[in-house]
Design a protein around this ligand. Structure first.
Ligand code: C2E
Ligand code: MG
Ligand code: MG
Ligand code: MG
Length: 292
């Protein structure tokens, strides 16, 4: 019977929803302990400059090693932390760790790389954001420009007035601002026009979508022109293949990041990689299995 059928679907839907809510509650119950017990860890993914073929920085990406659940994906727990507010606390931890690593490298006499950190949409509404970031870099004797702040595109469209104000302030303080996932949302040219940014970070869909290739290359070229006319650098993330790299070279993209070169890795491993080869070609060959 129709009624019975709907009833069944409703029950399944209910159960799915219930499972999701239970999981969200479990994550919420575990997060504070996780932070206190050091279950969160920073991974670094190298970023290369195309024009000089060299290592130009890294993105800090958080990982959660739960003693029972194992390695947790930020794709799942970050949205939960954004809903329950914990992201603000976790991001502070990530920024602190990123600065601690930079300081450590400085002490070892390494060239001054910059590290990109993600700034959640929720952090934008934190009135203490600029203060926290400034205190963190000061704590480790770093210039603010050593930290690149990645703010996802959709955060800009959510509350343009707020973000324009916040970004202007952070930039005045010397931080470098990147618009993350550019092209994934709905930022208008008008909005871009009102923003002061430093770097556009192309959403990986642009690079990975091989099916719409000729058209896609045109869009990429247009974005490059737009960026140039606005004095912005462009980073492409999610570069997985040689042909994607070639296409990015062709349009004059400035920086690349992706599995083709290296996956996000432990800080110690990043340091080893940096010491063994600080060129893009080095990473390219190191990461390619000999059978390819
Ligand atoms: P995102 O900021 O856009 O980071 C890029 C994501 O793409 C990372 O996923 C990275 O591991 C992955 N990636 C890098 N290269 C490739 C590639 O060649 N192919 C593919 N398919 N993926 C690649 P991850 O680490 O799982 O993080 C997912 C998202 O979680 C991040 O997206 C970011 O929005 C959020 N996130 C991660 N760490 C933090 C953090 O410390 N704070 C905040 N607020 N958000 C974070
Ligand atoms: Mg990012
Ligand atoms: Mg991001
Ligand atoms: Mg991104």
């Amino acid at each position: 019977r129709i009624k019975g059928q709907y009833g069944k679907y409703l029950a399944i839907y209910d159960e799915e929803l219930r499972g999701k809510l239970l999981r969200e509650q479990a994550v919420t119950d575990a997060m504070e302990i996780a932070l206190a017990q050091g279950q969160f860890e920073i991974y670094l993914q190298p970023k290369y400059q195309l024009s000089c073929d060299s290592l130009a920085g890294a993105e800090a990406l958080v990982r959660w090693n739960h003693p029972e659940w194992g390695l947790q994906s930020p794709g799942e727990f970050i949205p939960i932390f954004e809903r329950n507010g914990f992201i603000t606390k976790l991001d502070e931890f990530v920024w602190d760790k990123a600065c601690a690593i930079l300081k450590e490298w400085d002490a070892k006499g390494y060239p001054p790389l910059a590290v990109s950190v993600n700034v959640s949409r929720a952090d934008i509404y934190n009135a203490d954001l600029a203060d926290i970031l400034t205190k963190t870099v000061q704590k480790y004797d770093l210039q603010p420009a050593r930290l690149h702040l990645e703010i996802t595109e959709s955060a800009y469209t959510e509350n343009p007035e707020q973000i324009i104000k916040t970004v202007r302030h952070l930039r005045d303080l010397g931080f470098i601002i990147e618009m993350d996932d550019f092209g994934s949302g709905y930022s208008s040219l008008n909005m871009l026009n009102q923003m002061t940014l430093d770097i556009l970070k192309l959403d990986m869909k642009f690079i990975q979508n091989e099916t719409a290739k000729p058209m896609n290359q045109g869009v990429l070229r247009f974005i490059m022109q737009l960026a140039r006319s606005m004095n912005l650098s462009v980073v492409a993330e999610g570069v997985e293949t040689k042909s994607q790299l070639e296409r990015l070279r062709e349009i004059g993209c400035d920086y690349v990041q992706g599995y083709y070169f290296a996956k996000p890795m432990r800080c110690g491993d990043f340091e080893e990689l940096w010491k063994s080869h600080d060129t893009m070609a080095g990473a390219e060959t190191a990461n390619q299995p000999p059978f390819l």
